[in-house]
Design a protein around this ligand. Sequence first.
Ligand SMILES: *Cc1c(COP(=O)(O)O)cnc(C)c1O
Length: 353
Amino acid sequence: MEITIIKTTTNKKLSTPVVTGFGKYFTDHMFTMDYIKTVAWTNPQIITFDYLAISPSTSVFHYAQSVFEGMKAYLNDKGEVVLFRPYENAKRFKKSCLRMAMPYIEEDDFVQAISELVKLDKDWIPSEEGTSLYIRPFMFATDEVLGVHPSNTYKFIIILSPVGHYYPNGLKPISISINPIYSRSFFGGTGDVKCAANYSISLLAQKEAKEKGFDQVLWLGGKEHNIIAEVGAMNIMFVINNEVITPKLDGTILAGVTRDSSITLLKEWGYIVSERDMTVDELLEHINNNEVSEAFGTGTAATISPVGLIEYKGTNYHISDDIGPVAKRLYETFNDIKTKSDAPHREWVQIVK
Ligand SMILES: *Cc1c(COP(=O)(O)O)cnc(C)c1O
């Protein structure tokens, strides 16, 4: 793919405050590319990060034909820019596009566009431990018509955001509330792809959990709405009697790259990892019997996020006040893999040349 690069004439970086939160500041440039049904993908370019001019009739506003990815660029100990398993995100993006009746992007083009953009805005990658440059590729329908049908035109954009620690308290365990009422996904639905609509339908539960004083929602799935599924943007794992249990990929949960990488590492370290259904009753019984030594979420945004407390129907189930050894080892190993050139699993790391 031949990408046209038009460099910005302003330098925003000097006026951008020190990064603390998540996804609030954006770099100088963005990648954009347009799809027209009769022409296919056209006009790949890197230009100044700027507003878009869009008609109020644009179909994405009305019917949410929109997908995205989330990944990160890091600086390693040699000052090189590193991506973590970018082809996994490229594959998942393609899967999301197909599910939403959208045209997809070839995996090589997806990774190339990210690499070129990150290379240009390399100076924005923060270097303090736990920080990174968040990469947000996304695509949306741009037909200016209110009919409900797959759009004939689309826009693919990549924006970059320097991020601090996802959780302001660092690695302190979070509290999660099991929602007994709402669903974020169902069999035959879109729970296993990253489409925008999955997140808008999760916001009310997230708001209610926050109001009750909990950080995140733990979703239930299964035909009887009693199977542990996942957290807002993280997969979930439990260490129960030295076995690591995580929900299986049944088509209703997102196949996280961090989940997959964690399972590989855990098996290498000798843990038994079971990908299986677990009912909420089974989980709570294990917690009551003091058999759950750790619970943690896995996902790009926070990498590993320990869970200290789970609430269900007004009762709090306490797991731990501190990060446990399994979560800590995973967290540190991922940090090493991304930043140290002598860490294991070099094949997971792609250096942006
Ligand atoms: C993105 C996401 C994850 C985590 O996936 P990673 O590839 O590990 O970042 C898990 N669950 C949901 C619902 C997500 O959107």
